[in-house]
Each structure stands twice: as structure tokens, then as C-alpha cells.
Design a protein. Structure first.
Length: 360
């Protein structure tokens, strides 16, 4: 570690005041200052040097000035308490190991100006949400390094959680790692201009629907990380055969023609899902076997599920079974019925139908 005038006092320093006009520090300047809790970096500092705050285990928050364009290797390595830091617009690169082992860093913002993230930059950080302040197209144009080691995360762009995406028309190549470990992404649409899908571009993304408009299968899909057993592939009608006979693409469990598809869900009286099916627009689906409910008779479903035009939830309908326990006439000639444990008095001028039997 480089020697500084304050080196022998590292374990005692609890507060650092960095004044505007300071341009930077040598490597490891504050390494091991374990009692520092907050740092404000002035706008005059352009870069943070190698392991600048390495092993500051009680550092909780960092405010970076707008002038910072580069954060050097291991600058916040092993800052185990760091939970709050905002990366400024203008930042272009993160060195390797920058936030390695920041155990309390659960979210991070990525400015659109950031173009490089070094290896292991976020290794052992429990990041669950990434906020990106650019556009989806700008996200695609990043050269992401899988070894940056984002854990499974939810991506938020323009204050919207990214769960369904349509690849921008300007994108023909989907580069490696672009959605690596993005747990919020479930549906992807690729226009007919997409001709290449990069390695690990959708690694561990829970994609269930993939729409590909290209008549010929894009190259590179085999290493994309898409789980074919869990994903339905939609392709142009005239391309079904070629996708079904092309290596890797042929292994999708379901290959369907592109069109409008809706989810039809059958549920029981208590909300229990009995079955769920994906149905093409204008088609019908087959309901599950008639459900059973003690004390009731199943009478049908509450909605029509032929000519499906939207997502549907169809609920089972029942009528209660009325079991007559006893019929008797009292001394006043009033007929009484003990029904399901309750006593009913029948008026003489009325006719009652109970489970199909008339009682007068």
C-alpha cells in the first residue's frame, strides 16, 4: 500500500472532507479506513484511483461528483456496508473488482454514458435491481461483460420493469451478455432484420415466448442461453418447416406460427387453477374434466371459451345439493322439512321443488 501522511492513522479516521478543487488521490489513499461511513466526492475529481477505498468496511454511502468519468480497479472492493451510491451521467468506465464483495449493495443505476464494465465489478454483490437511465436501444449498444458478475436482477428502463421487449429496428446483431441474468425478462420479439444472437445474451432469463420474424433462423442462437424446454417459439407461417429442421431451433418444445395468442385459464370456485392453455385468436380450447365439490353439483362454466379474442379466466359454476333429512306434519297440519340440519315450514298454498321432487 502506498504510504500517505495519514497512513498510520487509517484505523482512527472517521470523517474525510474533500474540498472542491482536489483532482484526485494516489492508489489506496484511504485503504482500510474502517471507521469512515460517508464520502462526498467533489466535481473536480475525474477518476477514482486503484483501491482508493479498499476495505473500508463501514462505509455506507458515497456521493460521486458529476465530474467522475472513471472508477478504478477495486476502488470499493470489500466495502461490506456500502448500500448507497449513484453513478453519475458522464461516467464511462468501471475497472475490474470495483464493487467486489459489497454485501449490502442491492441496487445500482447504470448511466447511458457507461461503456465498459470490468471483470468481477459486481461479484458477490446481492444486486436485485438495475436502473438504466437511457433507452432500450442504448442498452443494446452496450458491450456487456458477463464476468461483471451481476446476479439475477430486474431491469428498469425509464421507470418501467423490462418484462417484454421488442428488439429496436436498428439492431441487427444482439451482442453477447446483453440481458445476462435478467430475471424480469419473459418475452422477446425479434424483427426480421435480426440475423445474429450473441453468446449468453439471454442467459438465465425466464423467457416463455420468443417471436422471431426472420424467415431464416438467425445465427448464433445455440449459445444464447435461452431455455428451449420452457419457451414457445413463434415464427412466420411459411418458415415453420425450416425452423423445425434447423439445428438448435428444432429443439424448441413448441414451435407455432406468429399471430395473436391468449391465455385461457380455468379456475375452481375458490380460485384454484384447474388448467391453463395458450389459444390462438379465434380458436377454442378444451376445458378440464368436470371438477367436484362436496355438497354441490357442477353445472358448467361462467364464460364462453370458443372464438377466443382476449385472455380469459373461466370459473366453475355449481348448485348446492339439497338433501331432505325428514318430512313430517305437526298437529297443526303444517308440513315441515328438516333440510341440511335446518327446519323449514312449508306453506300449504305453495309448491316447492327440492332436488327435483315436488313437495306440497
Amino acid at each position: 500500500m502506498t504510504s500517505h501522511p495519514w497512513s498510520e492513522y487509517h484505523s482512527y479516521i472517521a470523517y474525510i472532507s474533500l474540498q472542491e478543487g482536489i483532482e484526485g488521490f494516489e492508489a489506496s489513499a484511504f485503504q482500510g479506513c474502517e471507521n469512515i461511513k460517508n464520502i462526498v466526492i467533489p466535481n473536480s475529481i475525474k477518476s477514482l484511483s486503484y483501491r482508493l477505498f479498499y476495505n473500508c468496511e463501514n462505509l455506507v454511502s458515497v456521493s460521486l461528483g458529476n465530474g467522475v468519468t472513471y472508477i478504478g480497479e477495486g476502488a470499493f472492493f470489500n466495502c461490506k456496508s456500502l448500500s448507497k451510491i449513484h453513478l453519475p451521467i458522464g461516467l464511462t468506465a468501471l475497472g475490474q473488482d470495483v464493487f467486489y464483495n459489497c454485501k449490502k449493495l442491492t441496487s445500482i443505476n447504470i448511466p447511458y454514458t457507461l461503456t465498459k464494465i470490468g471483470k468481477r465489478a459486481f461479484l458477490d454483490c446481492p444486486i436485485s435491481t438495475i436502473y438504466f437511465n437511457g433507452t432500450l436501444e442504448q442498452w443494446f449498444n452496450k458491450k456487456w461483460n458477463a464476468y461483471a458478475c451481476f446476479g439475477l436482477y430486474t431491469l428498469v428502463i425509464d421507470d418501467e420493469i423490462i418484462s417484454k421487449i421488442t428488439i429496436p429496428n436498428s439492431i441487427a446483431r444482439i451482442d453477447a451478455n446483453v440481458f445476462y441474468n435478467c430475471k424480469s425478462l419473459t418475452s422477446v420479439t425479434m424483427h426480421d432484420n435480426v440475423n445474429y444472437i450473441g453468446p449468453n445474451s439471454f442467459y438465465k432469463c425466464p423467457i416463455t415466448r420468443l417471436y422471431v420474424f426472420a424467415q431464416n433462423p438467425p445465427n448464433g442462437g445455440a449459445s444464447s442461453g435461452i431455455e428451449k424446454s420452457d419457451c414457445t417459439l413463434y415464427v412466420p407461417k411459411e418458415s415453420i418447416e425450416i425452423y423445425s429442421n434447423t439445428i438448435w431451433w428444432e429443439d424448441f418444445k413448441n414451435i407455432r406460427t406468429i399471430g395473436s395468442y391468449y391465455i385461457v385459464k380455468f379456475v375452481d370456485w375458490d380460485g384454484t387453477v384447474l388448467s391453463s392453455d395458450e389459444v390462438e385468436e379465434g380458436s377454442t380450447t378444451t376445458p378440464p374434466a368436470d371438477p367436484a365439490r362436496q355438497g354441490y353439483t357442477f353445472t358448467g362454466w361462467d364464460k364462453n371459451f370458443s372464438n377466443v379474442q382476449s385472455d380469459l379466466t373461466v370459473t366453475a359454476q355449481y348448485t348446492q345439493i339439497l338433501a331432505i333429512d325428514e318430512i313430517f306434519v305437526d298437529s297443526d297440519a303444517l308440513q315441515k322439512i328438516l333440510l341440511n340440519g335446518q327446519l323449514y315450514i312449508l306453506r300449504g298454498d305453495k309448491t316447492y321443488t327440492i332436488t327435483g321432487v315436488e313437495v306440497k
